[in-house]
Design a protein around this ligand. Structure first.
Ligand code: ADP
Ligand code: MG
Length: 694
């Protein structure tokens, strides 16, 4: 039922609500309060506490209208506890101000803060009480809803209350089959919704705050189930497409393997075999390869690419940054040129003649392998017969982008096989929910000959010692990364952040050059032209530069085994996943490596914990688990990983223990109750599902 059927909802209001995805009455049922206000009791002014919102019955003592910078209304009230309280308004009209007459009874609610003359509440909610009004108290907590731009909190509360008044009887609302509902041991959805919106007086506020209250858990279960069902549906839809089975004699991949100076690790060989088995099928592969930084995913992808080429199909490899894509290009050309397999290159910066040529080689199939950035997904890029799409560092791309590359290679009902590489180890609990649509392979073994990286934390005030350490390392022929981070957390990828980062790197670059006479220092940041970046990288790789000052652009993919010392400046600003990725740039050679985390004191509790984790372990999976604990899943996967950020009630960390049962329930519903399954998905995820079109 559309929102317009509710009283007072016209076109304008409906449009505002739609910006938050609130389109139907059902959406309002699921629009849950952020927190609650307790108007079930009245508190004496004398026992008000700073920062704790409360309800007070008082009388107006004095009123002042003033103008300090802007119009202001200040009202003093007091109650029978003989304590007084200030009220302050900045937005008010004359009629409103005139209502505050000394002696009048007033009931108000708000959060006391320190004011000029004792406690004060800014913009309390209030109503005047008649002399004979006993002032009935609420019997339930009041919900406070997430703000919707242009819709006042009271309007919002009223709308939701009206929507709730239209809740159908429990049995009509219920979509969980009775046996399933019983297995979870929770009440009905109707009950859960009513309690979640208006908790009863005896409800334990702590259980609500933490989300462990049975009513919230009941909602979380159904939401998790909806997501699980939706992902399974996507998987089924994908498998319903056909794919060209890619099967060759294996001669080309064998020639590449023979050319390598090393043998594949057991894990690499196993994962490669899993991929070969998948792409030989007439259904599309959809496989995620997880492997810690440095575990050797690239060669596995290259072998898979050759297998596809041998089977007569084209292969695209897409990376999220130009630097990373360029490295893949260099690797692939080095490996494939001797085998006479041409590799085409396409990125945003490839323009004019070069672009036309690349497009022609891709369209004609003259280039059986194509490497690039998201430019590969642009209009005008026409593949010849794309059989395998490889995407590196998956979670920097949204699910949509992954699908869009696949659609580029659509051939009637057949779609390309897809291989996704990620260096971010995803904790099992998250993988189950985020990637229920993917098969997962794990490269859980490092190439031999690596020495673990020692990590130390050093206060920024000891910068001189760190510089001395760099001098010593370089004197021994080693190379050093110095990573500058000044990222504004509110805008980690924005152009502003990149500019500040680049400036910080420039300053450090100059300072280090001066402090380390005789050493060659290089600079790498995101605002440099690709050709400049490539030139600097080449000089560092060749050992002509001893020290590379860089922004976090080097986070992914850079591979220089002789670099064995990394300094990360302002390490407290980075998350665990990013620190781990950065640190993965060292420890790639045989010599002992170290990582210095420089921080600016004082450290927040969170930053301290992160640095401690980094010192204790180099195991990417362990770090990811810690990261999940510390930050929660939305941040771990980034907001671009839609879907996960959009849970309304469920929390993958808090509710992890529910997942196995939810998965069993999903299996059961898909086979026995497909219609109910559809309705649960529609209720929680809606028709605008990100999986539409899978
Ligand atoms: P990532 O998984 O982080 O993408 P890379 O593919 O860049 O890792 O590999 C990291 C380094 O390990 C590269 O220098 C690569 O040549 C090397 N490498 C990969 N596989 C092996 C192996 N089986 N034995 C030895 N070195 C290997
Ligand atoms: Mg890589």
């Amino acid at each position: 039922m559309p929102l317009r059927v509710l009283q007072g909802v016209g076109k304008a209001l409906a449009e505002k609500l739609a910006t938050r995805g609130l389109l139907t009455i059902q959406d309002l049922w699921l629009h849950l309060p952020l927190r609650y206000e307790d108007r079930t009791k009245v508190v004496p002014i004398a026992s008000l506490r700073l920062g704790e919102a409360a309800q007070v019955d008082a009388r107006v003592d004095a009123v002042e209208r003033g103008f300090r910078y802007r119009p202001m209304l200040r009202v003093t009230v007091s109650d029978e506890s003989h304590a007084s309280l200030g009220l302050r308004f900045f937005h008010f009209n004359s009629a409103q101000a005139a209502q505050f007459l000394p002696g009048r009874r007033i009931r108000l609610y708000g959060e006391p803060r320190p004011g000029g003359r004792g406690l004060e509440i800014v913009h309390p909610s209030y109503r005047f009480l008649a002399e004979d009004d006993a002032g009935a108290l609420n019997e339930r907590l009041d919900p406070v809803y997430p703000a919707v731009e242009g819709v006042g909190p009271q309007t919002m509360a009223k709308l939701v209350a009206e929507a709730l008044s239209r809740l159908p009887p429990a049995e009509d609302l219920e979509l969980l089959p009775p046996a399933l509902a019983a297995s979870f041991g929770t009440g009905t959805l109707r009950e859960a919704l009513l309690v979640a919106h208006r908790p009863p007086l005896d409800a334990d506020p702590a259980l609500f705050a933490s989300g462990h209250h049975p009513a919230l858990q009941r909602l979380a279960i159904e939401e998790l189930l909806a997501h699980q069902l939706s992902l399974r549906r996507q998987r089924i839809a994908l498998r319903a497409h056909g794919a060209h089975p890619l099967q060759g004699a294996g001669a080309l991949p064998a020639r590449l393997r023979a050319q390598l100076p090393y043998a594949l690790t057991g894990a690499q060989a196993r994962v490669y075999a899993e991929i070969l088995a998948d792409i030989a099928q007439p259904q599309p592969m959809l496989r995620l390869v997880q492997g810690d930084v440095g575990s050797g995913k690239t060669i596995v992808a290259a072998l898979a690419a050759l297998a596809a080429v041998e089977a007569g199909r084209q292969v695209a490899l897409m990376a999220p940054t130009e630097l990373l894509a360029e490295q893949h290009l260099a690797n692939l050309r080095r490996w494939l040129d001797p085998l006479d397999v041409p590799v085409a290159w396409l990125a945003g910066k490839v323009t004019g003649k070069a672009r036309a040529l690349a497009l022609a080689r891709i369209a004609s199939g003259e280039a059986p392998v194509v490497v690039g950035t998201h430019a590969l997904m642009q209009e005008g890029v026409q593949f010849r017969n794309l059989g395998l799409a490889i995407v590196d560092e998956q979670h920097r791309f949204g699910v949509h982008q992954r699908l869009s590359l696949r659609d580029k290679g659509r051939d009637g009902e057949r779609v390309p096989h897809q291989l996704v590489l990620t260096a971010t180890p995803i904790p099992r609990t998250l993988a189950m929910s985020a990637y229920a649509d993917l098969d997962v392979s794990v490269i859980d073994e490092m190439p031999p000959g690596r020495t673990p990286v020692t990590t130390v934390a050093v206060a920024g005030s000891r910068r001189d010692e760190v510089v001395e350490r760099i001098r010593l390392a370089c004197a021994e022929g080693r190379q050093v990364y110095w990573v500058c981070t000044l990222i504004d957390e509110s805008e980690p990828d924005g152009p502003g952040a990149m500019k500040i980062d680049a400036q910080a790197a420039q300053t450090t670059y100059e300072a280090l050059g001066a402090a380390l006479p005789g050493l060659q220092v290089g600079l790498l940041h995101g605002r440099m032209k690709p050709a400049e970046k490539a030139a600097v990288m080449a000089r560092f790789t060749a050992g002509e530069l001893q020290v590379l000052v860089a922004t976090t652009v080097i986070e992914v993919g850079v591979d220089v085994p002789n670099a064995s010392l990394m300094v990360i400046e302002n390490a407290e600003r980075l998350g665990l996943a990013q620190l781990h990725q950065l640190r993965g740039r060292v420890g790639r050679g045989a010599q002992a490596s170290s990582c210095v985390l420089m921080y600016r004191a004082p450290l927040s509790q969170m930053a301290r914990q992160r640095i401690e984790v980094m010192r204790q372990t180099t195991d990417g999976f362990l770090i990811a688990e810690k990261d999940l604990e510390l930050r929660g899943p939305g941040e771990l996967l980034g907001t671009r990983q839609t879907g996960l950020a959009s849970f309304r009630v469920a929390d993958l960390v808090r509710d992890a223990r529910l997942l196995p049962a939810v998965q069993r329930a999903a299996d059961h519903m898909l086979s026995d109750e497909p219609e109910l399954a559809d309705r649960i998905v529609a209720r929680w995820i809606g028709s605008a599902s990100r999986f539409a079109g899978a």
